[in-house]
Design a protein around this ligand. Structure first.
Ligand code: NI
Ligand code: MN
Length: 226
């Protein structure tokens, strides 16, 4: 499965010819100034919560591509109000079959408000299962024991986890999260974008290595085969 990293928590997963874009925050991200959102194709846009650093480019990309926004009820309906025609509301504990595979919404310990201050529902993580690989994107979250439930639902091949600390898990907690979901490969996201979340990457690699987990930190615009 090809994963392309677009900076902060934004990445694109290509599954069965479908393109799933997660948490697009590109145009406001100085580190991603070489990425042009008009070049990004998407069939689905999955939004973990309403914060601007996860939804900034969702409206523009949804309107340009006709992609379906998958998000919690409040976030999905907020985008519908902005004229996004294709959206699919979900909520914690719910699972749904799409043409690329299954999405299950899981707990995240964080907050969620939309850029205009509207109520953004509760933040979520996503477990994606399909014929190729299964993966867990936690969204912004603290380490939580709920993560131990995930391998009971689906065996996870890799996880995409925040490692920037301050607003979310840092590297030590993210490595523990990977242990809880029983996967050996993690793509680290949500780090270095702002001063609050600048990290020592070598230290982060070591935190994961100590637990026998490989931490991948692709460059912005780079793709990795998972
Ligand atoms: Ni957030
Ligand atoms: Mn965030």
């Amino acid at each position: 499965m090809k994963i392309t990293y677009y900076g902060h928590s934004c990445f694109l997963a290509e599954i069965k010819g479908k393109k799933l874009l997660f948490d697009p925050f590109i145009t406001p991200n100085e580190l991603a100034s070489h990425i042009n959102i008009n070049d990004i194709e998407a069939d689905y846009i999955l939004l973990s919560h309403g914060h601007a650093d996860h939804v900034a480019d969702a409206e523009a990309i949804a309107k340009a591509t006709g992609a379906t926004i998958i998000a919690n009820y409040e976030v999905a309906i907020w985008f519908a109000g902005k004229g996004v025609n294709n959206y699919h509301p979900m909520n914690h504990g719910g699972k749904r079959q799409f043409d690329f595979g299954t999405v299950k919404c899981v707990s995240a310990i964080h907050s969620s408000s939309l850029p205009d201050g509207s109520y953004g529902g509760n933040p979520m993580g996503f477990v994606i299962s399909c014929d190729e690989k299964n993966f867990y994107y936690s969204g912004d979250t603290a380490l939580t024991l709920d993560m131990q439930l995930i391998p009971a639902f689906t065996s996870i091949d890799f996880a995409v986890l925040p490692i920037g600390d301050n607003f979310t898990m840092g590297p030590e907690d993210a490595a523990t999260a990977a242990t809880m979901v029983q996967c050996k490969k993690v793509i680290g996201v949500h780090y270095d974008t702002f001063g609050y979340i600048k990290i020592n990457k070598q230290q982060a690699m070591d935190n994961f290595k100590q637990k026998g987990i490989e931490l991948l930190l692709p460059g912005i615009g780079d793709a990795v085969e998972m």
